[in-house]
Design a protein around this ligand. Structure first.
Ligand code: ACO
Length: 318
C-alpha cells in the first residue's frame, strides 16, 4: 500500500483556473475564467485540499439563472474548505447545485422577461444589441441583478456588492437580440444619483429650487467573450448621452475607474469633445473661467476634463 501524498503543492489549485464561468447560449456555451477570485477564496486565490478540482458556474444566457457544479478527483480530508458552500454565499438562493437537468428545466419554466425598456439599440458585425435600463424595484430587475452581481467580484478589482434594497440604483444591461431568437446577456453597468448641492448662494437665492444630480458610474462590465468589440463604448456613450440630455443632471463621475475603463472613458470623452470642436478659438494660457464653463457644459469631472484638454493639446502639437 502506498503512503498518502502529503506534498502541499499537489493539493493546491488556483481558484482563478479552477472556476469555469459559462454563458449557455443556444448555439453553444462560452466558457471563460475570472480575473479575480480573492473576495471569495482569499487573497492567495488558491484552494487547498483538492486534486483535479473543477468548478462550473453556468448561466442561462437570457435569464442568467445560475447553476453551480463542483467536481474533484480526491479530497485531502473532510476539514478542507467546502468550495460549494463558499461560493453559494455569493450567489442567489435559487442557484441550482449539481443537478443540470433540474437547472435546464427551471430555466425553461421560468419564462424570464428581460427587465426594463430598451433605451439604445446598436449593431456590431451585423448583430443587433439593445441596452435595457431598469431599477431594483422592478422584481425582474432585482432578480437579474442578484444573478449577475457576482461578476463584480470576478472581474472588477476591489469590486463589492451594491445595496440591492436601495431603489436609487439604475442598471443598464446589454443584450444581444438576434431577430426571432433567444437574447444573450453581454454586460452591464450600475449608476447612482447623488443630490448635488448648488452652493449656498444659489440655494438661498432661489424660491423654487430644482433638484440637481451628480451621476456616478459605479460598476461597469462587458463579459470576456464580448470584450474589445465596441460594447463598452456603446454602453458608456449611451449612459453619458442620456445624462447630457437631462437638465437635472449636472455632473457625471466614475467610481474608482480601472486602467482599462480609463482608456475607454478617455477615448469616448475625447471623441465627444472633439466632435463639439471644444477647443475652437481657445488661446493659451487657458483661462480659469473657460475651464469652469466647459466643465459645466460637458458635465464632466474637472480632472477628467483637464486630462482631455491636455491630451488634445499634445495631439495638436505633434
Ligand atoms: N485595456 C486597455 N484599453 C482597453 C481595454 C483594456 N483591457 N479594453 C478596452 N480598451 C479600450 C480600447 O482601446 C478601445 O478603444 P478602440 O476601440 O479605439 O480601440 C476602447 O477601450 C473601447 O473598447 P470596447 O471594445 O468598447 O471595450 P470593451 O467592450 O472591451 O469594454 C471594459 C471595456 C469595460 C473595460 C471591459 O474590458 C471589461 O469589462 N473589463 C473587465 C472589468 C473592468 O475592468 N471594468 C471596469 C472597472 S472600473 C468601473 O467599474 C467603474
Amino acid at each position: 500500500m502506498s503512503l498518502p501524498d502529503y506534498e502541499p503543492s499537489s493539493w493546491t489549485t488556483s481558484s482563478n483556473e479552477a472556476l469555469n464561468v459559462s454563458l449557455a447560449e443556444p448555439e453553444g456555451a462560452f466558457t471563460f475564467n475570472p480575473t479575480f477570485t480573492y473576495p471569495i477564496f482569499g487573497d492567495s486565490e488558491q484552494i487547498f485540499g483538492y486534486k483535479g478540482l473543477r468548478i462550473d458556474l453556468a448561466f442561462d444566457c437570457r435569464s442568467m439563472f445560475p447553476f453551480l457544479g463542483v467536481k474533484y478527483e480526491s479530497k485531502l480530508s473532510e476539514d478542507v474548505k467546502d468550495v460549494e458552500k463558499t461560493l453559494l454565499e455569493f450567489l442567489p438562493e435559487e442557484t441550482v447545485v449539481k443537478d443540470e437537468a433540474l437547472w435546464l428545466n427551471k430555466t425553461e419554466q421560468e419564462n424570464f422577461e428581460i427587465p426594463g425598456k430598451p433605451v439604445y439599440t446598436y449593431q456590431i458585425d451585423g448583430e443587433t444589441y439593445k441596452i435595457f435600463k431598469f431599477k431594483l424595484s422592478d422584481p425582474s430587475g432585482l432578480k437579474l441583478h442578484l444573478r449577475i452581481q457576482i461578476f463584480v467580484l470576478l472581474f472588477i478589482e476591489a469590486g463589492s456588492y451594491i445595496d440591492s434594497t436601495d431603489n436609487v440604483w439604475e442598471i443598464y444591461a446589454i443584450y444581444k437580440c438576434p431577430e426571432g431568437k433567444k437574447e444573450s446577456f453581454v454586460g452591464f453597468s450600475t449608476a447612482y444619483s447623488h443630490w448635488k448641492h448648488p452652493g449656498s448662494a444659489v440655494h438661498d437665492a432661489s424660491e423654487t429650487l430644482e433638484l440637481q444630480f451628480r451621476k456616478k458610474i459605479s460598476q461597469f462590465i462587458v463579459l470576456p467573450p464580448y470584450q474589445s468589440k465596441g460594447h463598452g463604448k456603446n454602453l458608456y456613450n449611451c449612459m453619458v448621452d442620456e445624462w447630457l440630455a437631462d437638465d437635472k443632471v449636472k455632473e457625471i463621475t466614475v467610481e474608482d475607474p480601472s486602467e482599462a475603463f480609463d482608456d475607454l472613458r478617455d477615448r469616448c470623452d475625447l471623441q465627444r469633445l472633439n466632435r463639439a470642436d471644444f477647443l475652437h478659438g481657445v488661446k493659451l494660457p487657458i483661462e480659469e473661467s473657460w475651464i469652469e464653463k466647459q466643465v459645466a457644459v460637458h458635465k464632466m469631472d474637472r480632472r477628467q476634463f483637464e486630462r482631455c484638454v491636455e491630451m488634445t493639446l499634445l495631439w495638436m502639437l505633434q
